[in-house]
Design a protein around this ligand. Structure first.
Ligand SMILES: CC(C)(COP(=O)(O)OP(=O)(O)OC[C@H]1O[C@@H](n2cnc3c(N)ncnc32)[C@H](O)[C@@H]1OP(=O)(O)O)[C@@H](O)C(=O)NCCC(=O)NCCS
Length: 191
């Protein structure tokens, strides 16, 4: 297997872009997906959208929004193509993504929202996907923040959805979870 490389979406060929769009659409339900245009601010922007490529073939997608005042990056989406899951690519892409952020002057510390398995039908594909995502986050060292009753705000047009908030600082445990939540709400959601 070749090395997984991170490349911004605006540097992909049209065919590669279409594959990435397919990975995104497969991994997230309509109601949780923003448009890729919205996620990709282009060079120098605080909105970073990338593909993970193996030998020029897209196998993953990630979108990040930099929260500059807090020194964190908000991971908005992260997915691996369904036919290549459970091969370690998610773990590898996570590491490469963090390095890519640092090279592009973005914080390596990531905060993200995770869907709650208990808000889906046990045994349903949604329930399985949410459980898998949590197992993955745990495996890469993500911390569940002690923030109760967090609900994703509706300011970006997404529904108000109760979520778990998780974070990973490669250098230490999260020191100020409440401050981090406030930054996410104000810097990203504008509330
Ligand atoms: C979550 C996701 C990114 C994981 O990608 P992946 O390439 O399959 O993950 P990896 O192979 O690197 O797995 C790393 C570790 O995560 C855990 N893990 C991953 N998939 C798992 C599963 N189905 N069940 C249990 N644990 C799992 C394991 O601990 C695994 O390590 P191991 O294989 O040595 O046991 C992928 O399943 C995906 O794209 N899901 C849909 C999108 C999504 O839910 N994204 C997260 C929400 S933001």
């Amino acid at each position: 297997m070749g090395q997984l490389r991170i490349r911004p979406l605006n540097k992909l060929s049209d065919d590669q872009f279409d594959v990435v769009q397919g990975i995104f659409e497969q991994a997230y339900p309509d109601w949780l997906r923003l448009s890729i245009d919205e996620l990709d601010g282009g060079r120098g922007s605080d909105r970073i959208a990338v593909a993970g490529l193996l030998d020029e073939v897209p196998v993953g997608f990630a979108a990040v929004r930099v929260l500059p005042r807090s020194g964190w990056s908000f991971l908005r989406y992260f997915a691996i193509t369904p036919d290549r899951r459970r091969e370690g690519l998610g773990r590898t892409m996570w590491t490469e993504l963090v390095d890519y952020l640092a090279l592009n002057v973005a914080p390596r510390r990531l905060v993200w929202e995770a869907q709650l398995p208990e808000r889906s039908q046990p045994g349903s594909p949604q329930h399985e996907a949410r459980t898998t995502a949590l197992a993955f986050y745990e495996a890469i060292g993500g911390e569940v923040l002690p923030v109760h009753d967090y609900v994703m705000p509706t300011t970006l047009g997404l529904p108000a959805e109760p979520m778990l908030l998780m974070a990973l600082d490669p250098t230490s445990p999260v020191k100020d979870p409440n401050g981090l939540v406030k930054s996410l709400l104000s810097e990203h959601y504008g509330v």
